[in-house]
Ligand binder design. Structure first.
Ligand code: SIN
Length: 289
């Protein structure tokens, strides 16, 4: 039985209708995987998942990742990262990203092999606030002029863990996390197996340079590419409802979360998986130099 879908954006992304992720059949998982190969963003609404069910569902699409930061993991299940502005009595945030803007970025690109499949489940969300957007980097690549594509195609970006979490300000905390994640170099253009489609791979916050290129040359090039990648024509913006789960492929989209009023409670739970490199465009760090 084919899953029913409806488009999220004229060019990419679908909502999958009428499925209960607590008990997806093997056939449904195969279809979700096939839809994800085709579309970098999938939305499934009206889910009622506990952490174990979210983990079990995630595992069926790829090997699950455990985030390097212990302070943002669920206290019950290390596979789950909390994205929230909720605070403990001590004032400490229970998770990551609070209520400020999470600027355009792509998860886990600072790792030698990024866990590119993100799944974000909305437990509590403010109405009409804290929207998240995704920018399709394959569409952006395809719309670049050929002379610029020829210039960028052989390049490799230099990536480092950069803190964009508004709660992390201490130099010591930043250094402790960076010590766990040595800098890496990834190709700036990724090819998707099967479709052959190519897309830009760089992170506006965490790609700090281009291998072998002086900063005076790399900075304007990166800025030009980021401006192009985040043009409105490539962007889908989502207004969350409680029970939504969005799946996205970090090798094919950037994402951003708008700031919202900090008094409005917001809690989402994220799992990430290593998407299979035979169907998805997975960056593997290349030896530097
Ligand atoms: C994220 O940047 O991974 C979180 C997005 C959100 O809070 O909606």
């Amino acid at each position: 039985m084919a899953l029913e879908t409806k488009p999220l954006h004229p060019e990419f992304g679908v909502e999958i209708l009428d499925i209960d992720l607590r008990r997806p059949s093997d056939a449904a998982i195969r279809e979700i995987d096939a839809l994800w190969v085709e579309h970098p963003v999938l939305l499934i609404r009206d889910q009622l998942l506990d952490e174990e069910q979210q983990i079990a569902f995630s595992r069926r699409l790829g090997a699950i990742n455990i985030h390097v930061r212990t302070d943002i993991r669920s206290r019950q299940n290390p596979e789950v990262v909390l994205i929230s502005n909720l605070r403990l009595e001590s004032g400490e945030n229970i998770g990551a990203l609070a209520s400020g803007e999470a600027r355009w970025h792509t998860d886990s690109c600072y790792k030698p092999r990024p866990d590119t499949g993100s799944m974000l489940y909305a437990v509590e969300v403010p109405k009409g606030a804290g929207r998240t957007s995704w920018a399709n980097t394959q569409l952006a690549w395809e719309a670049l002029p050929e002379d610029l594509r020829a210039r960028v195609r052989p390049l490799r970006g230099e990536f480092a863990y950069r803190i964009y979490d508004v709660d992390i300000t201490g130099e010591e905390e930043v250094e402790a996390i960076r010590a766990l994640t040595p800098d890496v170099v990834h190709p700036m253009v990724l090819t998707q197996p099967g479709t052959g489609r190519q897309g830009l791979y760089l992170d506006p916050l965490q790609t700090y340079g281009i291998e072998g290129m002086a900063p005076e040359e790399s900075r304007p090039l990166l800025a030009r590419l980021v401006e192009h990648m985040t043009s409105l024509e490539f962007v889908f913006e989502h207004e969350w409802r409680r029970g939504d789960i969005v799946l996205w492929d970090n090798a094919r989209v950037l994402h951003r979360r708008e700031p919202f009023d900090p008094v409005l409670p917001r809690l989402l739970k994220r799992t990430t998986v290593f998407l299979p490199p035979d169907r998805y465009p997975v960056p593997f760090a290349q030896p530097a130099g």
